[in-house]
Design a protein. Structure first.
Lengths: 590, 1054
C-alpha cells in the first residue's frame, strides 16, 4: 500500500499529514484557518479570488491553497507581510466595485464577503469604483440576480453546471465586464433554468437571492377579509430552527406551528397531509401502470426543479412522469375546494401560503395550469377568466419565513410547542420523509406494498434508499414479483437515469427524483449555509420525526380516509383527476 | 502521389532544385502581409501582365517576406549565373525598366538593396552566382549584418505555396531521418541536447517538456502550435507561417512522432487570414505527398493537423485558455496543475509549443543539438526572431543569436530612430514586457537578463520609443490593452488592472497623488504574485518598469502637471505651449495678432516671458519642434511672430502703457527680501515675477551691467543691445534693485546674504569653457570661446591672428566662429561628428556657412602645435570615420589613424561649459557629481532651506528659455513658501479672443524673415535677421491650426 502520510512544514513547524489533500484543507486540519472566499468545499474551486494565497518555497508566485495539493517536503508559509498584503489588496479590489450597502443588504450578517472583511481587518476601501453598473435580473419568478453584488467567485456556475448539469448561467464578457449571465443575457426567467436555487444557496453574497414575497404575505395576513392559511413542507421543520439561530438540523415542528400562528395565519396546516394524499394517488398510478402496461419506469413529480428540467432537456420522456401534482399543489387545490366547502366560504377569500425549502416552488405555483380550484368553482360561482386565481398564492422559503418571524418579534426558541390545525394538518411518517432523498420512494413502497399484497409491511424502514449516495437502488419483492426502483438526487444523477431510459436500458419500474442535493432538506430555499454535514443532521431529524409518528403509512392517515370518503371518492377518480393530477409541456433548451 | 521512400524524396529534391536555380531568369515578389500592404500585389499583377504581354520566358514567383518591412515591397531578381539581387521599395513604375533589363540580362541598377551570392538554407546550400560587386552583399547591409537566420532561413527566398521548393532546400529530410533513422527517444534527446527553450516567452526547455509528455500514457495525445500572436507590434509568427509554413508543419510532425501524438492543432488567430490560407494549402500539399496523414513516409506513423482559428483574444496565448478555446469554451485559464501534459485538450495529454519553437526543430534534427548550441549563449542557445517596430529607422523582422545586446538590435540593425530624436526606451515583450531605458541597452537579450530588468523576452515584440513618447502614456496604453484582454476570471487581474488603469489615467490627467503611485507599485506586486495566469502575472510589467526607470516622468505629471513629450492632452494647452519652457500661451498671441490686437498680443507674451524681444531673436524655438502644422507643410514660426510683436510695440512706443499696467498691478509689499545672484536670463526672470508679487528683490552681479550670457555671450548681430536694454530697463522700472560689480564670496559673503535676506536664489549660469584635454591646450593662442565672446562684447579687440580654428559644434562655437570672422580672419570650425549631428541652431550654422566660415567634419584635434615661442602655429587633426550608431542616436566617430595638420594662429575651444561659482562650494551647498548645484527638480531648493538654485547652474548648459522656465517655476514656489498661499496666478489676466478653428489651413507656406545681405555684414555686428514685415507676420500667425481649442465631447471611458 502506498504511503498515506507525508511530511510538510507549515510556518516553520513540521507536520505529518494525509496525502492527497489541498493546502487549505490540510491547514484546517492542523488548526490554521487560511482565509478564503471563492472556494466552497464540494462545490467549487474556481481559484479566482486570490485570497487563500500562501507562500510555497520554490514557487514563482504565491500559490492558491484551495487548489494546490500538499506534497512531500513542501514548505508552506501561511502568513507574512507579502501574503497579508496580497490578501488585503485582493479583498480591497473586490470591495472597490462591490456596493457598500451592507446595512440594507439581504445577506447582512450572513455574508462571506462581509465576514472576510472583518477577518482581514479591512478599514478602508482605497480603490475607486471602476465597473459599470449592470442591470438586475428579475425575470425569474423564483430568483433575483444582482450582478453588482457578484464577486465572480463562480460557485453558482459550478453548482449549476456540475451538480445540476443545467448550465443556465456562465461567465460572459471579458475583464471588468465579466459577469455571470444567462444565454444571450435573456435573464433566468427566459432560459433553461430549473429555479432550483442551489446558486442562491452557495452564493457568498446577495448576488443571487430568492424573489422576496414577504411583503405581500404580510399584507394579506393583516387583511381582515382574507382567510390566510399556511402549509409547511416536511423539510421546514428541520430547517427553520437553524435559520432562527438554533443548532443545525434542529427538529422544531411544534415551535414552528406556534410561531406561524403567532405570525397571524388563520390556519396552520401541513403539506405532509397532501404528501400522504400524493402517495395514495401516485401509488395507485404506479400500480395501474404496472398492471395495465403503462409507461415505465414511472418517475415522481413532486420536485418542481426536476419537472422543469425534464421539460427542457428530456421532453421525449415526459410520459414517464407521474401525472400527480406535487403535494404543495395538491394542498392548494384541496384547500380551495374541499376545505372551502367545509368552511363554507367563497374560495376567493382563501389565501394559501406555502412555506417551502425550495425556490422552484415559487415558479410552480404560478404555472398557468395550477388553477384547478378556479376551474372547479368556475361554473358553480359563475366566474369569468378575469376572476382566475391560483391554487397556491405565495411560496415563501425557509429564509423568508425566518425574516418574518424576526420582524414580528417572535422569540422562536422559547415558544411552547403547538399542534397543526385539522383536518389538513394531519399526517403520517410517510409524509415527513418526503423531505429527504429516498423519502417519496419509501413512503410509496409502504403503501403500494400493502395495497398490492393486502398484507401489512413488516419492515417499514426501506434503508436501501436512504442516505446521500447519488443514485440508490432497491429491489422489492411484491408477491413474488421483483420490482426494481431507483432514487436520484441532484439533476446530474437524474440525467444519468434519464439517459438510461432514453437508451431503453432502464431496469426500473419506479424512480424518485429530487432536484436538490440531499432532497428537499438541502433545498435552494433552506438556511445558509447548507453543507453535507448540515444536510446529514437535517436528515437525521427527518427520520427521527418519522420514527416518532404514531402513524407511518399514508393510507393509515384518517384525514386521508376522510377526504376520499367525503370528497374525492377514490384514488384516480374523476375529481382526483381534476384537482390532483396535471400535465407537462415541452420547453426548448433556449 | 505519396512519397514512399528516400529515393523518391531525393528525386523530388533533385527536380525541384531547378526551381531554386532555374536556367532562366525569375522575378520573385515578397508577398507577406507586410509586402502586400505596401503594394506587392499590384506589383505582382503588373509584372505578370508585362511578362505575359511580351511573351517573355521569365518565371514569376510569390515568395514570403525577407524581413525588411521598412523597405517593402522587396523583389528578388535572378538571372542564371549571377547573384540573386534583392530590390527594395519597388513601384509599378519600375516594372517595365526591370523587365527590359532582365530580358537583356542586365541587372537593375536602381532600388538595389543587396546581392546574395550564396545562401545557406542550413538544410541545404545554394550558390546563385558571383559578381555584381557594385552592390553590397546582403550581410554588408546594416539591417542584415548582425543577423543570423536559422528560423527565417527560407523566408523570402522560397515560394511558401510550393512544397517542392521546401524539399529543394532540404525540407522533410529531417523528418525522414527522424522516422527512419531515429526513434522517439533519440529525437527528444537531440532536442534536449540543443537546449532549445520555448520561444513563446517563458523559455521552458523544450526537450524537457517533450520528455514529460512522452512519458505520459494515453490512448490519444495532441500537439498544439500556439500561433495566437497577440502582442501589439509583434508579427514574427505571422511571417514565419506566411513565408515558410512547411517548416512549422515538419517541426510539429517530428515533435508528434517524438511524443507519440497522432493529432495536431494549429491555433491561429483569425486576423491572420493569409497565414491561415497558406497553412491550409501547405497541409493539403503535405498530405498529398504522404508527409501528413496515415503512414507518413511509409513509416507507420500517423499524424493529422487541424487548424483552429481563434477570435483573437490575447489571453488565448495562455496554454490552458488556448485549450479551452479549441474545445469551444470561452478562453479562460484554469489553474495548473494539472499541466496539459497530464490533462490537456479534451482531457488528453497535450503538448503546446509556440510557432518559432516548432520551426527550430527540423534544423536541430538536421544539424544536431550540438550544432545548435554553437549559436547564442550557454543558457540560451540559438537565435530569436524579433519584430522591430516603433521609432526606429529599419523596422522589420530580425533574427539574431540570443545574447546579442539590445543595442545591436536598436542601433546597429535598426540604425536608431532615423530622425534627430533620441531613443528613450525599448519595450520588449509587448504588454507583458517591460520598458528598458536606453542606458540599459547594452544588456544581452536572453531570458534571464531581460527578467532581471523587469522585462521579459515575450514572443519577441520590440517597440522602440523616442523622446516624443510619454512613458506614463506607454504604461497606460499597455495596461489598457491588458485590462481589455483580461479574461476577468481572477480578482487581481480583473480588478487590479482596472484600478491600475484608473490610476494611470489620473496620472495622465495630472490628478494623481504620491499615494496613487505607491498604490501602483502595490497593485503591480500583488497582481504579479497572485494572478492566475501569465497574462496577469506579467501585465504589471510596463507599469512597474516605467515606475522604476522613468519615475521622473510620473513626477512631472503628478507634481508639475506637465507631460513633456506632449502626449497626455489634459496637461497642456497646445503642443507649442507644452514644448515652450516658459509655457507661453502661443496660440493666444498668434490669435490676438490675427485679430489685430497687437498690444494684447504683446501683453500676453510679456506676462509669460519678461524678455519677449530678446527671446524672439535668440530662442531655440522649442515650440516649432512640435508644431502640428508641420504635419501639413512646415511649423509655424512662432518665434518670428513673437519678435515682430515686441519690436512693433517698442517701435510704436506702445510698450510704456502696458508696462504701467503691470507696475500698477504689483501686489502690495510683502516686506520679504530676496537676493538673486546673477543677472542673466534666469536671474532676471525670477526677479521679474517676484517683484511683481510684492517682494523686495535685489540682484547681484559681478559684471557692470545686467543680461549675463545675453549681453556677454551672444553676439550683437544676433541680439542688438537696444532690445535687451529696453527689456532689462522695464525690470528695473518694476522695482528690482541691481547691485553690480559685486562678486559673491569676494565682495559680499553668502553669510551676509543669508542673514539679510529671506530667500537667496543662485542663478550664476554655466559659462566656464571646458578645456579639451588635448596636447597643447595651454599654449598661447588657445582661447576659451566664452572668454573670447565676452571680450568682444566688452569692446576689446581680440588678438587672434589671421587663421582661427574653432573646436566645437554648439551655439558658442558658431557664435565664436562668426564673431572671429567679423575681425577679418579665416575661420575653420572643427567637429568630430557629422554636420547633421551639430547641436547648434540649424539656422546659425547655415548663416555661418553663408558668411564663409569653413567646416571640417569628422575631424578631432590630436595636438595643438606650437612655434618656438610656445605660440599656436597649427593643429593636427585626426580624421574620423562613422562607426555604428551609439546610444545618442548618432554615429560614433571612430579614429581612422590618419591625421593632417592645418596651420592657424589661434584655437578657440568651445566644446561645452560648466558652472563656475566657487562660493557655492565654500558655503557648503551640495554639488552633484557633474558639477552643477544639487537642487530639487520641482522646487529648485538646494541643500540649504533658504537657498534656491536655478538655470544652467542646476541643469548645466541649456537654452536661455529653459533657464527662464525654471526661474519662473522657482518664483512660484518661493512665493508660496514665503506667503503660504497660492498667489502666482494673480499675475495673469484674461484676454478676449476668438476660439474659431480655421476649417482649412490658412496663411500659405511658411514665411521667412528677410536677412541682411551678405555684403552688409562684413566687419560689423549689425543685426542679421531683419524680422517680419507686417504682412508676413499676419500671414504667418494665420497659419496656426489652433490645436489649443478643444471640443468637449465627454467621451470618457467608464
Amino acid at each position: 500500500m502506498e504511503n498515506k502520510f507525508i511530511n510538510i512544514i507549515v510556518d516553520n513547524r513540521a507536520y505529518q499529514v494525509i496525502k492527497g489533500s489541498t493546502i487549505l484543507e490540510t491547514c484546517k486540519e492542523i488548526g490554521i484557518k487560511i482565509p478564503s472566499l471563492c472556494y466552497l468545499k464540494d462545490v467549487s474551486s474556481n481559484a479566482s479570488c486570490g485570497i487563500c494565497v500562501v507562500d510555497v518555497k520554490g514557487a514563482k508566485t504565491l500559490v492558491r491553497s484551495c487548489i494546490t495539493q500538499v506534497n512531500e517536503g513542501m514548505e508552506i508559509t501561511t502568513h507574512s507581510p507579502a501574503i497579508n498584503q496580497a490578501r488585503t489588496t485582493n479583498l480591497e479590489l473586490l470591495l472597490a466595485n462591490h456596493p457598500k450597502d451592507c446595512l440594507i443588504c439581504e445577506r447582512n450578517g450572513n455574508c462571506e464577503l462581509q465576514e472576510l472583511t472583518v477577518t482581514l481587518g479591512i478599514k478602508d476601501t482605497p480603490y475607486a469604483k471602476t465597473k459599470p453598473v449592470e442591470k438586475i435580473d428579475d425575470s425569474s419568478l423564483s430568483l433575483v440576480r444582482n450582478p453588482e453584488k457578484c464577486i465572480l467567485c463562480g460557485r453558482c456556475i459550478a453548482v449549476c453546471a456540475e451538480v445540476q448539469t443545467v448550465h443556465a448561467i456562465d461567465f460572459t464578457g471579458r475583464g471588468l465586464r465579466s459577469i455571470v449571465s444567462t444565454y444571450q443575457d435573456k435573464g433566468l426567467g427566459n432560459v433553461a433554468c430549473t429555479n432550483c436555487g442551489q446558486c442562491a444557496l452557495v452564493c457568498p453574497t446577495a448576488a443571487i437571492v430568492e424573489k422576496d414575497e414577504t411583503k405581500e404575505v404580510f399584507e394579506d395576513i393583516y387583511n381582515k377579509e382574507k382567510i390566510v392559511i399556511v402549509q409547511t413542507a416536511p423539510a421546514i421543520r428541520v430547517g427553520i430552527g437553524e435559520a432562527m439561530g438554533m443548532e443545525q438540523g434542529a427538529l422544531v415542528t411544534g415551535k414552528m406551528v406556534a410561531a406561524l400562528r403567532k405570525l397571524g395565519f388563520d390556519k396552520v396546516f401541513d403539506t405532509q397531509f397532501t404528501a400522504d394524499l400524493t402517495i395514495m394517488e401516485e401509488g395507485h398510478e404506479l400500480i395501474n401502470r404496472i398492471k395495465n402496461g403503462g409507461t415505465l419506469p414511472m418517475i415522481t413529480s413532486c420536485s418542481p426543479g426536476w419537472i422543469k428540467f425534464i421539460e427542457h432537456f428530456y421532453p421525449k420522456s415526459l410520459d414517464h412522469l407521474s401525472t400527480c401534482k406535487s403535494p404543495q399543489q395538491m394542498f392548494g387545490a384541496v384547500a380551495k375546494t374541499y376545505y372551502a366547502e367545509k368552511l363554507n366560504v367563497d374560495p376567493r377569500k382563501i389565501i394559501v401560503v406555502s412555506i417551502m425549502p425550495c425556490t422552484a416552488k415559487k415558479f410552480e405555483c404560478k404555472r398557468p395550469e395550477m388553477n384547478s380550484a378556479f376551474s372547479y368553482w368556475k361554473d358553480i360561482l359563475n366566474l369569468t377568466e378575469r376572476d382566475n386565481f391560483y391554487d397556491v398564492d405565495y411560496v415563501l422559503t425557509t429564509r423568508e419565513l425566518a425574516k418574518m418571524f424576526k420582524k414580528t418579534g417572535i422569540d422562536f426558541c422559547t415558544l411552547q410547542e403547538e399542534e397543526f390545525d385539522k383536518p389538513l394538518g394531519i399526517s403520517t411518517g410517510a409524509g415527513v420523509i418526503f423531505g429527504a432523498t429516498g423519502g417519496v420512494m419509501e413512503a410509496a413502497v409502504r403503501t403500494a406494498y400493502e395495497v398490492l399484497t393486502g398484507k401489512p409491511l413488516n419492515k417499514i424502514d426501506l434503508t436501501a434508499v436512504r442516505g446521500f449516495e447519488g443514485i440508490k437502488e432497491a429491489e422489492l419483492d411484491i408477491k413474488g414479483t421483483k420490482v426494481k426502483v431507483a432514487v436520484a438526487h441532484t439533476l446530474k444523477n437524474a440525467r444519468a437515469l434519464l439517459d438510461q431510459i432514453e437508451e431503453g436500458k432502464s431496469p426500473y419500474a419506479f424512480i424518485e427524483v429530487m432536484t436538490c442535493p440531499g432532497g428537499c432538506l438541502g433545498g435552494g430555499g433552506q438556511a445558509i449555509p447548507t453543507t453535507w454535514e448540515i444536510r446529514q443532521k437535517r436528515a437525521d431529524s427527518i427520520y427521527k420525526e418519522d420514527r416518532l409518528m404514531p402513524l407511518r403509512k399514508s393510507h393509515d392517515n384518517p384525514a386521508i380516509k376522510a377526504i376520499y370518503e367525503e370528497f374525492l371518492n377514490e384514488p384516480l377518480g374523476h375529481l382526483s383527476h381534476e384537482l390532483l393530477h396535471t400535465h407537462y409541456e415541452e420547453r426548448g433548451i433556449y | 502521389m505519396k512519397i514512399s521512400d528516400y529515393t523518391k524524396l531525393l528525386e523530388i529534391k533533385e527536380t525541384a532544385s531547378k526551381k531554386i536555380l532555374p536556367d532562366k531568369p525569375y522575378v520573385a515578389i515578397g508577398m507577406g502581409t507586410c509586402g502586400i500592404g505596401r503594394g506587392a500585389e499590384v506589383l505582382f499583377d503588373s509584372f505578370e501582365r508585362v511578362i505575359a504581354e511580351r511573351k517573355l520566358d521569365i518565371i514569376i514567383k510569390k515568395t514570403g517576406c525577407f524581413g525588411f518591412c521598412a523597405e517593402e515591397p522587396l523583389v528578388n531578381i535572378y538571372i542564371p549565373g549571377k547573384p540573386l539581387i534583392i530590390l527594395h521599395r519597388v513601384t509599378e513604375n519600375d516594372v517595365i525598366p526591370l523587365i527590359i533589363g532582365i530580358e537583356k540580362g542586365i541587372m537593375p541598377y536602381r532600388n538595389v538593396l543587396c546581392r546574395i551570392e550564396e545562401w545557406d538554407f542550413i538544410t541545404e546550400k545554394y550558390e546563385f552566382g558571383k559578381g555584381l560587386t557594385e552592390y553590397p552583399l546582403w550581410n554588408e547591409v546594416p539591417f542584415f549584418k548582425w543577423q543570423k537566420k536559422i528560423v527565417l532561413r527560407n523566408c523570402g527566398l522560397i515560394v511558401p505555396d510550393d512544397i517542392e521548393e521546401y524539399i529543394a532546400v532540404g525540407g522533410y529530410f529531417p523528418l525522414y531521418n527522424a522516422l527512419h533513422k531515429m526513434n522517439p527517444v533519440s529525437v527528444i534527446d537531440e532536442v534536449k541536447k540543443s537546449k532549445l527553450r520555448g520561444r513563446g516567452g517563458a523559455g521552458f526547455p523544450t526537450g524537457v517538456k517533450w520528455d514529460l509528455m512522452a512519458k505520459v500514457e494515453g490512448d490519444q495525445k495532441y500537439v498544439i502550435c500556439n500561433a495566437d500572436e497577440g502582442d501589439p507590434g509583434a508579427f514574427m509568427n505571422r511571417n514565419e507561417i506566411e513565408s515558410d509554413p512547411f517548416m512549422l508543419i515538419e517541426g510539429m510532425t517530428i515533435g508528434a512522432f517524438a511524443m507519440g501524438a497522432s493529432k495536431g492543432v494549429v491555433y491561429i488567430r483569425a486576423e491572420y487570414p493569409l497565414a491561415v490560407q497558406r497553412l491550409k494549402g501547405a497541409i493539403k500539399q503535405a498530405k498529398d505527398l504522404g508527409l501528413l496523414g496515415d503512414n507518413i513516409l511509409n513509416s507507420g506513423f500517423n499524424f493529422e493537423i487541424d487548424i483552429v482559428e481563434g477570435a483573437g483574444a490575447f489571453v488565448c496565448g495562455e496554454e490552458t485558455s488556448l485549450i479551452h478555446s479549441i474545445e469551444g469554451k470561452s478562453g479562460r485559464p484554469s489553474p495548473r496543475p494539472p499541466y496539459p501534459a497530464e490533462k490537456g485538450l479534451y482531457g488528453k495529454p497535450t503538448n503546446i509549443n509556440n510557432v518559432e519553437t516548432w520551426c527550430n526543430v527540423p534544423v536541430i534534427i538536421s544539424k544536431g543539438g550540438d550544432w545548435f548550441t554553437g549559436t547564442g549563449t550557454e543558457k540560451s542557445p540559438g537565435t530569436k526572431v524579433f519584430s522591430l517596430v516603433g521609432k526606429v529607422k529599419n523596422t522589420g523582422l530580425v533574427e539574431l543569436p540570443l545574447g546579442s545586446t539590445l543595442e545591436t538590435i536598436v542601433f546597429k540593425i535598426g540604425e536608431g530612430t532615423g530622425t534627430q530624436k533620441t531613443v528613450k526606451a525599448v519595450q520588449s515583450g509587448g504588454p507583458s514586457g517591460g520598458c528598458i531605458p536606453v542606458e540599459y541597452l547594452n544588456t544581452p537579450v536572453d531570458y534571464e537578463s531581460l527578467n532581471s530588468l523587469g522585462a521579459i523576452m515575450g514572443s519577441g515584440g520590440m517597440v522602440v520609443m523616442d523622446q516624443d513618447n510619454c512613458m506614463v502614456d506607454v504604461a497606460r496604453y499597455f495596461t489598457e490593452f491588458s485590462n481589455g484582454e483580461s479574461c476577468g476570471k481572477c480578482t487581481p487581474c480583473r480588478e487590479g488592472l482596472s484600478q491600475t488603469l484608473h490610476i494611470l489615467n489620473k496620472v495622465t490627467e495630472g490628478v494623481a497623488t504620491s499615494e496613487d503611485l505607491d498604490a501602483l507599485v502595490k497593485l503591480g506586486q500583488v497582481i504579479k504574485s497572485t494572478a492566475l495566469c501569465g497574462l496577469g502575472q506579467t501585465a504589471p510589467n510596463p507599469v512597474l518598469t516605467t515606475l522604476r526607470y522613468f519615475r521622473d516622468e510620473y513626477d512631472h505629471h503628478m507634481i508639475e502637471k506637465k507631460c513633456e513629450p506632449g502626449i497626455c492632452h489634459s496637461l497642456f494647452t497646445a503642443l507649442c505651449e507644452n514644448s515652450c519652457p516658459l509655457h507661453m500661451n502661443i496660440p493666444r498671441y498668434l490669435q490676438l495678432l490675427k485679430e489685430d490686437k497687437l498690444e494684447d498680443a504683446f501683453e500676453t507674451s510679456l506676462r509669460d516671458n519678461p524678455l519677449p524681444g530678446t527671446l524672439g531673436r535668440i530662442c531655440h524655438f522649442h515650440c516649432q519642434m512640435k508644431c502640428l502644422r508641420e504635419t501639413i507643410d512646415a511649423p509655424v514660426s512662432q518665434g518670428d511672430i513673437h519678435r515682430y510683436i515686441a519690436d512693433t510695440v517698442y517701435k510704436e512706443g506702445k510698450a510704456q502703457k502696458i508696462y504701467a499696467r503691470l507696475i500698477k498691478e504689483k501686489l502690495p509689499p510683502t516686506y520679504k527680501k530676496i537676493a538673486i545672484i546673477g543677472a542673466g536670463p534666469a536671474g532676471l526672470t525670477a526677479a521679474f515675477y517676484l517683484v511683481r508679487l510684492g517682494h523686495d528683490v535685489t540682484v547681484f552681479d559681478s559684471e557692470s551691467e545686467a543680461g549675463g550670457i545675453l549681453r556677454w555671450g551672444i553676439p550683437k548681430y544676433r541680439l542688438p543691445l537696444e532690445t535687451l536694454d529696453t527689456e532689462i530697463n522695464f525690470i528695473k522700472e518694476l522695482g528690482v534693485h541691481f547691485v553690480f560689480n559685486t562678486t559673491v564670496g569676494k565682495d559680499i559673503s553668502m553669510e551676509e546674504l543669508e542673514r539679510d535676506y529671506h530667500k537667496i536664489i543662485i542663478a550664476v549660469g554655466a559659462h566656464k569653457d571646458i578645456l579639451l584635454s588635448v596636447e597643447g591646450n595651454e599654449l598661447d593662442g588657445v582661447v576659451s570661446g566664452m572668454d573670447f565672446l565676452k571680450d568682444v562684447a566688452k569692446g576689446i579687440k581680440p588678438d587672434i591672428g589671421k587663421n582661427v580654428v574653432v573646436i566645437g559644434a554648439g551655439n558658442v562655437a558658431i557664435d565664436a566662429a562668426r564673431t572671429a570672422q567679423r575681425f577679418g580672419t579665416d575661420v575653420t570650425v572643427v567637429y568630430r561628428r557629422l554636420k547633421g549631428d551639430m547641436p547648434a541652431n540649424k539656422d546659425e550654422i547655415k548663416e555661418a556657412e553663408i558668411e564663409g566660415v569653413n567646416f571640417l567634419f569628422l575631424c578631432n584635434p590630436k595636438e595643438i602645435l606650437a612655434d618656438a615661442n610656445d605660440k599656436v602655429r597649427g593643429i593636427e587633426l585626426m580624421k574620423m570615420e562613422c562607426g555604428d550608431i551609439d546610444l545618442s542616436n548618432r554615429r560614433k566617430p571612430v579614429p581612422t589613424g590618419e591625421s593632417f595638420i592645418i596651420g592657424c594662429d589661434s584655437v578657440i575651444m568651445a566644446v561645452g561649459e560648466e558652472v563656475d561659482a566657487p562660493f557655492v562650494k565654500e558655503f557648503g551647498l551640495k554639488i552633484s557629481t557633474d558639477g552643477v548645484i544639487s537642487a530639487d527638480h520641482f522646487t529648485f531648493k538646494t541643500s540649504h532651506p533658504k537657498i534656491y538654485a536655478i538655470g544652467d547652474a542646476v541643469t548645466g548648459p541649456a537654452t536661455a528659455a529653459e533657464a527662464m522656465g525654471i526661474a519662473k517655476k522657482a518664483a512660484e514656489v518661493i512665493d508660496y513658501k514665503l506667503m503660504n498661499k497660492r498667489r502666482f496666478h494673480k499675475l495673469n489676466r484674461g484676454f478676449d479672443y476668438s476660439d474659431d478653428v480655421p476649417l482649412k489651413p490658412e496663411g500659405g507656406n511658411r514665411h521667412y524673415a528677410i536677412k541682411r545681405p551678405l555684403e552688409e555684414r562684413t566687419g560689423n555686428f549689425k543685426e542679421i535677421n531683419l524680422g517680419y514685415s507686417k504682412d508676413q507676420a499676419y500671414a504667418e500667425a494665420a497659419r496656426c491650426l489652433r490645436c489649443d481649442v478643444r471640443i468637449n465631447t465627454n467621451t470618457e471611458e467608464e
